[in-house]
Design a protein around this ligand. Structure first.
Ligand SMILES: Nc1ncnc2c1ncn2[C@@H]1O[C@H](COP(=O)(O)OP(=O)(O)OP(=O)(O)O)[C@@H](O)[C@H]1O
Ligand SMILES: [Mg+2]
Length: 370
């Protein structure tokens, strides 16, 4: 297997272009090929949005690269939810592509993934509703000119998709400012005696991490306004290897790292180690092992391999080898220096050491953890 081609356009100087720019060519091709009905202000039909996410081939020969690798049905439910008056909540453990899917959905539906509120414990109500430009407010009093709309407000008046990241980290009273927006589709501005009414096409995608203290804190009033889609961990090792090599290929290109089709064995190894430690059992189902404290998500596997590629490119012979991924794996697994270290040592001695063809990797890991 080789590292698959990316559909991402090159030629942009941004370190990380927005999805709608990175995949502009694919979105244009879908727009041309799409003859199905589009909901109000949608750039594409629900079918084309799902194809953009899941990948496919168009009649004109354009290949749409898969952005999300996972159950088709989940994507269909997510896309069709956005065409209703209910908002979409993407839920899952860390690294299951919630943010990634949310960005691509907004890019495909509205052509704009930038109307984003990052949820934190300190997110104020202004971030969801609106704030004021104080210089203008003091000079001219409250007016529409002095008002600074939030991304949500802009999505409402433009009939586009707003995104809220990590919804359940936002304090409950601030979260509740979404209730009126989602149920009445309006945002009152009492200071002006006005309101902003959502235009057709407006909807909201929120993400939440179910490892966070979180989702139970979502008030039931708010939860009823959302359809929840749970994004699972990759079903099989092969699926996960596919995801990791795709994303590493794309990231490597934007960092000018050489493509590393020879590195597929190391990618497979990283994924195997992560899955075994995550599941608490070896892939043959024979040996139980302890799991470390941190999450070993697909996202971490991607960064371990990308870092390994950078090591190989700059300090090695350009081929991804055991020594290049060992340090990254160690760092990802041993988060808690005491407990995780024991877990890792035990895994190295009982599993890695005995495995055929894993001698180099065993040695490299021993070196790092010594
Ligand atoms: N099933 C998948 N298909 C495609 N890419 C995936 C998949 N799972 C993980 N990824 C990749 O993992 C990376 C991390 O995903 P993302 O940041 O969206 O995770 P998240 O669920 O938002 O995590 P967190 O809870 O930490 O915010 C992305 O680069 C994404 O491409
Ligand atoms: Mg996220």
């Amino acid at each position: 297997m080789t590292v698959p081609e990316t559909g991402a356009d090159t030629g942009t100087e941004a370190l990380r272009p927005h999805a709608e720019d990175a995949f502009a060519r694919e979105l244009q091709a879908l727009d041309r090929a799409d003859d199905r009905p589009r909901p109000a202000r949608w750039r594409l039909s629900p079918w084309a949005v799902a194809t953009y996410l899941l990948g496919g081939a168009l009649p004109d020969g354009t290949v749409i690269t898969p952005k999300y690798v996972g159950p088709r049905r989940l994507v269909e439910v997510a896309v069709s939810t956005l065409a209703t008056d209910r908002a979409l909540l993407l839920l899952g453990v860390p690294g299951t592509a919630k943010t990634w899917v949310s960005e691509h959905l907004a890019a495909a539906v509205s052509g704009d993934s930038t109307l984003l509120v990052q949820g934190t414990a300190g997110t104020p109500e202004e971030a969801i509703r609106y704030g004021w430009n104080y210089a203008r407010l003091l000079a001219h009093g409250p007016s529409r000119d002095a008002l600074v709309p939030s991304p949500v407000m802009r999505a409402m008046s433009g009939g586009t998709t707003a995104r809220i990241e990590e919804l359940t980290r936002i304090p409950a009273d601030v979260q509740d400012s979404l209730i009126t927006i989602l149920s009445e589709k309006t945002l009152p501005i009492p200071e002006l005696g006005q309101e902003v009414q959502a235009v057709r096409g407006f909807n909201l995608i929120a993400t939440a991490n179910d490892r966070d203290r979180g989702v139970n804190d979502l008030s039931s009033a708010l939860r009823r306004r959302f359809n929840t889609v749970v994004l699972p961990l990759p079903a099989s090792a092969e699926a996960e290897v596919d995801i990791v090599s795709r994303r590493v290929g794309q990231l490597g290109r934007s960092l000018d790292l050489p493509a590393a089709p020879e590195g597929i064995d190391e990618i497979r190894r990283v994924v195997t180690v992560f899955r075994e430690l995550r599941d608490g059992v070896t892939s043959d189902g024979r040996t139980r092992i302890k799991s470390p404290s941190g999450t070993l998500s697909t996202a971490e596997a991607i960064s371990v391999v990308t870092n390994g590629l950078a090591l190989a490119a700059h300090f090695g012979d350009g081929v991804l080898r055991s020594g290049d991924v060992a340090a990254g794996i160690h760092g990802a697994v041993v988060r808690d220096p005491a407990a995780d270290r024991v877990v890792w040592q035990e895994y190295l001695e009982t599993v890695v050491r005995e495995r055929d063809g894993w001698k180099d990797f065993y040695r490299a890991c021993r070196e790092v953890s010594a």
